[in-house]
Design a protein around this ligand. Structure first.
Ligand SMILES: Nc1ncnc2c1ncn2[C@@H]1O[C@H](COP(=O)(O)OP(=O)(O)OP(=O)(O)O)[C@@H](O)[C@H]1O
Ligand SMILES: [Mg+2]
Length: 288
């Protein structure tokens, strides 16, 4: 039997075989999706150190939203992100049209959001109306709209406060909107303290930490067992301890263990674990 493809993903932003230790957040978020509007899980800021798994968690959350039929607009907070969100909203509304909403928007002449970084006042008004129209169409369909914005520590302050103001407005109107941000902790705290968007202080704040050794051990065990790879419990423990609960290292070591299994007839012995840990550590030193 040929071995399965290596499921581990030691690459920034890539989705790992299992998102260890994040079930609580995801449950809260899914609960919010079912309520549709105004639930705490729908307004969330994810913070955490480099490589701790912010982007991977964002991806998982947006996948859940898509599965529930929500429209997801996923952006990174580089200059012009607000305009790009506006442009994407317009495209969605066109596709969902050709109802009255679609026609009204053409009448507004909304276009060209992406040309500018900071939206001039007329486009700000259009942006909000566009959002309202799209959200009303989605509310009728019993679904909603989720914005995810990664790397908000580098966001332009004006764009961010504009987005926050509009989203607050949508929430107040009971529209089915979700907003998840991710960024580095210190910079996000600065943003919130500067009063860029006061209402964001009331967002659910999730500070990501390393997984526990036990969780990693259990996850490795499941992943290898399901692939028919044989490895003793003490060896799994060694590998989990070497990863130390740090998501990027969990992926690096898992990836190397899998490669050892491939060259050793789907069996991982003590010597293979030693080599996997050594290879992973070398890679890790190169990348941090
Ligand atoms: N909960 C998790 N369990 C196991 N592996 C994870 C988990 N979260 C992320 N990973 C893995 O860890 C690595 C880093 O994840 P990710 O890129 O999401 O981190 P990040 O916090 O966004 O980093 P950065 O600050 O550099 O953007 C990836 O290889 C990813 O597959
Ligand atoms: Mg990231």
């Amino acid at each position: 039997m040929p071995p399965l493809p290596n499921p581990f993903r030691p690459t920034a932003g890539a989705t790992p075989p299992e998102l260890i230790g994040r079930q609580g957040m995801l449950d809260e978020f899914e609960y919010g999706l079912r309520l549709g509007s105004g639930a705490p899980g729908l307004l969330t800021i994810i913070t955490g150190a480099r490589g701790i798994g912010k982007t991977a968690l964002l991806s998982e959350a947006l996948e859940k939203a898509r599965q529930q039929g929500w429209i997801v607009i996923s952006e990174t907070a580089t200059p012009g992100f607000l305009g790009r969100i506006g442009e994407t909203m317009r495209l969605h509304l066109e596709v969902l049209g050709p109802g009255p909403a679609g026609r009204r928007i053409t009448a507004l002449g909304v276009a060209g959001f992406t040309v500018t970084t900071q939206l001039p006042p007329e486009l700000q008004v259009d942006w909000r109306r566009l959002g309202e129209q799209l959200l009303n169409v989605l509310a009728e369909k019993k679904t909603g709209l989720l914005f995810t914005v990664d790397e908000i520590h580098s966001a332009d302050r004006t764009e961010l406060s504009q987005l926050a103001a509009d989203v607050q407005h949508f929430i107040r109107d009971g529209l089915p909107i979700g907003l998840i941000f991710a960024g580095l902790p210190a910079a996000v705290s600065d943003l919130l303290n500067e009063g860029v968007a006061t209402f964001l202080r009331r967002a659910e704040r999730i500070d990501l930490h390393a997984a526990t050794i036990n969780e990693v051990e259990r996850s490795y065990e499941d992943t290898f067992r399901r692939a028919g790879i044989r490895i003793h419990k003490e060896q799994i423990r060694r590998a989990a301890e070497a990863a130390g609960g740090y998501p990027f290292l969990i992926q690096l070591i898992g990836y190397q263990l899998w490669r050892q299994a491939e060259i050793n007839d789907l069996t991982v012995e003590a010597e293979n674990v030693t080599q996997a840990i050594a290879a992973a550590s070398r890679r890790h030193e190169m990348t941090v």
